[in-house]
Structure formats: C-alpha cells, structure tokens
Design a protein around this ligand. Structure first.
Ligand SMILES: C[S@@+](CC[C@H](N)C(=O)[O-])C[C@H]1O[C@@H](n2cnc3c(N)ncnc32)[C@H](O)[C@@H]1O
Length: 246
C-alpha cells in the first residue's frame, strides 16, 4: 500500500535549517580599546542606530527635518572610519550613514565624531546587505562609498566579494537618479571585476574620462594610512565612479 504520510516532493524538508546566505565578512578578532569601549558606551546611544528589519529609515527623523533636502551618502565597510570622518567633516551639507560590522571600527569612528564634533553622521553596525534590503528606502541615496572592500584573494572565496551583480542592482534601486557609486580598491583583479560588474549594470554610466575606465581619485576621498603605505611600496589603487541615469 502507498505511504500517504510522506510529504510531497516539492515541500521543503522540515529538518534542514534554511541555508544561510554567504556573508561578505567574517567576524574578526580584534581588541576594542578602552577608548573605543568608552565611545561605544557614551556616544553609541546617540549615533549608532539599531538594525530593525521592519523599520525603514526616515531620513528626516535621523538627521532633523531641516536637513531632509540634503544628500544622504551611505558608506559600506568604513573600517576604522578615517575616510568617513574626514568626508563628513568636509561636507557638512551632506548626511552621512556609515555601515560596519567590526566593533573596534565603530568605536574608532565614534571617537572621531567626538573629536571633530560631527553632527551629520550616523552609524549602523550590521550586515550592509541586509541594511540595504530592509532599511534603506528606494531612490533615496545620493551616493554610495565602498572603499577598499575585502578582496577575498583566494578563488574559493570570491563568492564572498561584496561587489557582485545582485548587490549592485540593489544599490541602483536605492540610488536617486543622478546618484553615484564610488568604489576604490588596491587589488587589480578585483578592480577589473568591479569595472565589468558596474559597466554591465543597466542604468549605470561610467564617469571615467580615461580609456581604461577607471577614475582619478576625487579630492573628497582622502588617502588613508594603509593606502599610503601601499602606494609607497608601488601598489596601485583603482577608483571607479558610476552615476545612475533614468
Ligand atoms: C578591507 S576593510 C576596508 C575598510 C575601510 N573602508 C578602509 O578603506 O580602510 C573592509 C571592511 O568592510 C567591512 N565589511 C565587509 N562586508 C561588510 C558588510 N556586508 N556589512 C558591513 N561591513 C562590511 C569589514 O568588516 C571591513 O572592516
């Protein structure tokens, strides 16, 4: 007799956990200094936003109603926040949102927020992919900065690279028309992959005026300590800037 208790073949197995999406980062060990811990405790409640999948950002509420007309720049993976703090300081008429999962980095940026007395920057410490999917309203960003994303050198790790077609399509949906994506990397093979990916995304137009498709570093992107060290050793750096069109 046929066993009718078996689930139909199309039904998902109930004993297998839902496969997790591949993350673009691994939780790194790294000591949070006492200064960073203090900054996280004292300034965290004011500047670090909670991740709430069911509550998209309301920019007016975040930055104040008098700043609603100002551009919002989203940075993915700000590291220790050197570039973020400098850009936010140089561009007081922009609203800045930095995303980073590494706790010491969040503490370090909070310290710079205090040092430079910045009021135009907020932080979210969560996977940027989920933040984009669930919290950033469509057509609301003026710029996206992705400076030196993890290159994931080994071929078997390339699947962890942040800049891949689905993520770029997601970014485009979050940008306003005329908004831009600015990436920089010091890993040549990744620079080529980023170029190919951005070039083949509809609605994105390369802003480069060089035949190779890369852009000169714009003045607003400061050279970081890490980058300066690499440049001295003769390593290259590739900037890519693309704009969203209608
Ligand atoms: C190589 S570091 C570069 C940091 C910084 N932008 C710089 O130029 O020094 C890349 C950073 O991206 C962060 N990161 C990677 N994937 C991320 C994600 N999905 N969401 C948030 N942060 C991410 C990592 O934690 C790491 O700090």
């Amino acid at each position: 007799m046929q066993d009718t208790s078996l689930p139909p073949e199309s039904a998902p197995p109930t004993d297998v956990a839902f496969p997790k999406r591949i993350k673009t980062f691994v939780t790194r060990a790294g000591r949070t200094t006492s200064g960073q811990t203090r900054a996280l405790q004292v300034l965290g409640p004011q500047f670090v936003l909670p991740y709430q999948a069911d509550k998209p950002f309301d920019w007016a509420q975040l930055y104040g109603s008098e700043r609603t007309q100002l551009p919002v720049i989203f940075e993915i993976g700000f590291g220790m926040g050197d570039a973020s703090a400098q850009i936010a300081r140089q561009q007081p008429m922009s609203n800045y949102l930095g995303c980073e999962v590494h706790e010491p980095g969040v503490g370090a940026l909070l310290k710079k927020i205090e040092e430079f007395d910045l009021s135009n920057i907020r932080i979210i410490s969560h996977d940027a992919v989920e933040v984009l999917e669930n919290m950033i309203p469509n057509n609301s960003l003026t710029g996206v900065h992705i400076f030196f994303p993890d290159p994931w050198h080994k071929a078997r790790h390339h699947k962890r690279r942040l800049i891949q077609p689905p993520l770029v399509q997601l970014l485009v949906s979050k940008l306003k028309t005329g908004g831009y994506i600015h990436c920089a990397t010091d890993w040549e093979p990744y620079s080529k992959q980023i170029l190919t990916t951005l070039q083949s995304t509809s609605k994105l137009v390369n802003q480069s005026d060089q035949v190779n498709g890369f852009s000169a570093r714009p003045n607003y992107r400061p050279v970081t300590k890490f980058e300066r060290r690499g440049l001295k050793l003769g390593h290259g750096v590739w900037d890519l800037i693309f704009k969203k069109i209608d």
